[in-house]
Design a binder for this molecule. Structure first.
Ligand SMILES: [Zn+2]
Length: 262
């Protein structure tokens, strides 16, 4: 009996293991700065959609004991803790005025030391303010970061007037093609970027169709319109994205996983 069924069982296994064309398609969402309590409050939402994301943390020297517990819990949940600078400085200006050594001593080493003390060794970096140069990139890549994330925007304004608005679906550079690229752009989804639900769903569809991962990022989770200088994204909009990602069967990637993936 066993001998009779064995070939059938094998063929079922090999069918399952054969990668489909869209097998790697996915989504990589990240969050910047230091909104640890607000990020932590998103845990039920992430759990609801089995989502894994990356938190790019800045100013780790100011972490309170409570924030350390929360950031460690987020890491334990499967999320990645990336680095976003010790002082959230402007890399171009720092390198120009003080040179590479001072840049490393000021922006990289102290924050990384604080993180190492709590057992976190980041392998991904998001440029503070999306500001960087080739020199900054090569310093970061030489200092243990496997992937560097820059900022892409669908809309730009000049004196309050929109200069352009791009549909995320056509922004080729926000899709990771799994080619080991180490310098990448993620689309900002904060309030004010005026990305519609339909546009973001189309972007997720493109990731599926092209077997790529769409990269998105935001700052503070907001439940109402931003006030008093707040900058962040609508939690309802995030849920639309997570729900759509799950229904399209997109894989959730952390930023370092993009680079790790073969
Ligand atoms: Zn930032």
């Amino acid at each position: 009996m066993l001998a009779f069924f064995a070939p059938i069982a094998l063929s079922i296994i090999s069918c399952r293991e054969k990668p489909a064309d869209s097998e790697k398609s996915g989504i990589a969402i990240s969050f910047d700065d230091h909104f640890i309590n607000d990020w932590y409050a998103l845990r039920p939402l992430f759990q609801k959609y089995d989502a894994k994301v990356t938190f790019f943390l800045t100013c780790p020297d100011t972490l309170t004991p409570d924030e350390i517990i929360k950031i460690k819990q987020l890491q334990k949940d499967g999320h990645e803790i990336g680095f976003h600078g010790t002082i959230h400085g402007n890399a171009t200006e720092m390198l120009k005025s003080h040179g590479p050594e001072k840049y490393i001593e000021t922006e990289l080493k102290p924050g990384l030391k604080h993180l190492a003390q709590i057992g976190i060794k980041p392998t991904s970096y998001a440029h503070p303010g999306g500001n960087h140069t080739d020199e900054a990139d090569s310093i970061l890549l030489a200092n243990g970061f496997k992937i560097l994330r820059d900022v892409a925007q669908a809309e730009r304004e000049l004196f309050g007037i929109p200069v352009y608005h791009l549909a995320p679906r056509i922004m080729r550079w926000i899709y990771y093609p799994f080619n080991k690229k180490r310098i990448v752009d993620a689309l900002m989804i904060d309030e004010g970027t005026n990305i519609s639900e339909n546009e973001i769903k189309e972007a997720l569809k493109r990731a599926k169709e092209t077997n790529t991962a769409v990269m998105l990022f935001g700052h503070q989770p907001l439940y109402e319109k931003p006030k008093n200088g707040q900058y962040g994204f609508s939690v309802a909009f995030l849920e639309t994205i997570l729900k759509e990602a799950k229904s399209q069967n997109l894989k959730f990637y952390t930023m370092s996983e993009l680079q790790d993936s073969k």
